[in-house]
Design a protein around this ligand. Structure first.
Ligand code: PLP
Length: 525
């Protein structure tokens, strides 16, 4: 196989499951596609502009010839991105069962609303009198989030769930400081927690103590009580937890934390399982982030703009980060200065007010469902997960067989014992069948974990297609068809990549192949 100077194969490994290869690296309707820099024509442009009259430039004499920017005609550019979009799985293509991530459909109505000029063409530095509609929408979104959670305050600025955790712990830190209780240095986190929980606590400067788990996948109350003490600042508990189970002792968990003088941070990533049914404020929660891209259907993006608003209890509300929206005689305005009612605000989470486009999409989702519709979202998410569990459990072993699950079905790998197939192999074989793998090896408390979250947006027909594919694969694994799994995926454009190396040593600079026509590229790595 030939390799580019960047270490990427020039063609997909062409052999498919039947050992057939195409001559071009294309695969039926899916054409091979090079990087944009490799598509010839650095000296080409899709636009015919007159020569500029002035030769003054702010670029210190640097011209386009010095920086080998790719040049493509419009159809070439369109095809490039369409072809790239076909190289990866997408929620618009098929069920995307990534547990804990809640990959639900992104309604097109949300997109339509987000593109309205009054939301998309405004600037955060515009006078507030000219963006009253946008501020009203933020106020409406805040109202819905507070109502759905039963919490008195919400900070909209955080840009993701993890950023929301940081916001919540900074508020907790500020609240302890304000009470002169700064000696609290520890945060308790259950073993099954998402990695962002301990990471956030460490980032804020706390040390992390793990709480053990019971045999039925819940927080071990006795262990938690034993680890609480006057040096504990907060507990961080996910509910429903990452095993897809409701923490049935949640009220007692909150009581114990408060009795020890600690705050209760609830990881609300799984709020989609209880929205409209349970108000976290009633359970004694002090702070909780809500991933708008999980519960409220905004796109997850490619690491792009996200939003993770944080609801806060009475005790933490005074420390909420600026800005927030208030309304009065003169309409809506943003409270920006750390004075008056914002005197105790711990600071800011972002330069401005947060991700407007995501606020619009989430609000459109809320209004299009209504309160009763949101309750049904939770009910259908739980029903769909239980359907998947019921349809697979005779072949694939559930980690917690007793009783129903919440919005995700967790399986372990005990059923693969003796087959020579691992969780990773099985997940990779799902790609050949046209499905994104489920979440693998998480939560850590379950051996070879496979966490399946179908979400409420899948029809029964789609769930059946998915379950049939998994049943066929499971049967093949048990029948000893190891080769089907060990080399999988056979049909993806690229196969098993060294993801750790890619993350640890990313190659961020492109270099042309020695024979390329482009001029000498920039030297910097
Ligand atoms: C997704 C998730 C997070 C992190 O949220 P991001 O929006 O990805 O930063 C935290 N905890 C749990 C349980 C999650 O599922």
């Amino acid at each position: 196989m030939s390799m580019l100077s960047v270490g990427r194969p020039t063609r997909p490994e062409a052999a498919d499951a039947q050992g057939q290869a195409s001559l071009t690296g294309g695969r039926g309707l899916l054409q091979d596609e090079a990087l944009i820099f490799e598509l010839g024509g650095w000296d080409k442009t899709g636009v015919d502009l007159p020569e500029p009259e002035a030769d003054a430039s702010d670029l210190a004499g640097l011209t386009r010839d010095d920086v080998p920017l790719p040049g493509l005609s419009e159809p070439e550019a369109v095809r490039h991105y369409v072809r790239l979009s076909q190289k990866n799985h997408a929620i618009d293509l098929a069920l995307y069962p990534l547990g804990s991530c809640t990959m639900k459909h992104n309604p097109r109505l949300n997109e339509r609303m987000a593109r309205l000029a009054g939301f998309s063409d405004i600037h955060p530095l515009q006078p507030q009198s000219t963006v009253q509609g946008a501020l009203a929408l933020m106020d409406g979104l805040a109202h819905w989030l507070k109502t759905l959670t039963g919490m008195p305050a919400v900070a909209l600025p955080p840009k993701a769930g993890a950023h929301g955790e940081l916001c919540g712990l900074l508020a907790i830190h500020a609240a302890h400081d304000a009470k002169g209780d700064s000696a609290r240095r520890r945060v308790l986190v259950p073993t099954s927690a998402h990695g962002t929980n301990p990471a956030t606590a460490a980032f804020v400067g706390y040390s992390v103590t793990e709480i053990a788990q019971t045999d039925d996948g819940r927080v071990d109350l006795a262990d938690m009580a034993a680890k609480l003490g006057p040096d504990v600042a907060a507990i961080m508990v996910t509910n429903p937890n990452t095993c897809g189970l409701f923490e049935r002792d949640i009220i007692e968990i909150a009581r114990l934390a408060h009795e020890a003088g600690a705050y209760f941070y609830c990881d609300g990533a799984n709020f989609n399982a209880i929205v409209g049914k349970v108000r976290p404020g009633d359970l004694g929660v002090d702070a909780m982030h809500i991933n708008l891209h999980k519960t409220f259907s905004t796109p997850h993006g490619g690491g792009g703009p996200g939003a993770g608003p944080v609801v806060l209890s009475e005790a933490l509300a005074p420390f909420a980060p600026a800005p927030w929206v208030v309304s009065g005689e003169g309409g809506f305005k943003l409270v920006e200065e750390p004075a008056g009612e914002a005197a105790q605000a711990f600071g800011r989470m972002s330069a401005f007010h947060g991700q407007m486009g995501m606020f619009v999409r989430a609000y459109a989702y809320m209004l299009s469902h209504g309160a009763d519709g949101l309750r049904q979202v939770a009910e259908d998410a739980v029903l769909n997960a239980n359907y998947v569990k019921a349809r697979l459990q005779d072949l694939i072993t559930p980690a917690f067989p007793e009783g129903p699950c919440m919005h995700e079905a967790l399986f372990d790998d005990s059923w693969l014992e003796g087959t020579g197939v691992t969780t990773l192999d099985f997940a990779k074989a799902m790609i050949d069948e046209g499905f994104h793998p489920m979440t693998m090896y998480f939560p850590l408390v379950v051996h070879g974990a496979m966490l399946v979250e179908p979400t409420e947006t899948e029809s029964k027909a789609e769930l059946d297609r998915f379950c049939e594919a998994l049943r066929a694969l499971a049967t093949a694994a048990k029948a000893g068809e190891v080769d089907r799994f060990k080399g999988a995926p056979y049909l993806a454009p690229l196969r098993r990549l060294d993801e750790t190396l890619a993350a640890r040593k990313p190659k961020l600079a492109w270099r042309p192949e020695p024979t390329g026509v482009a001029p000498t590229p920039l030297a910097a790595e």
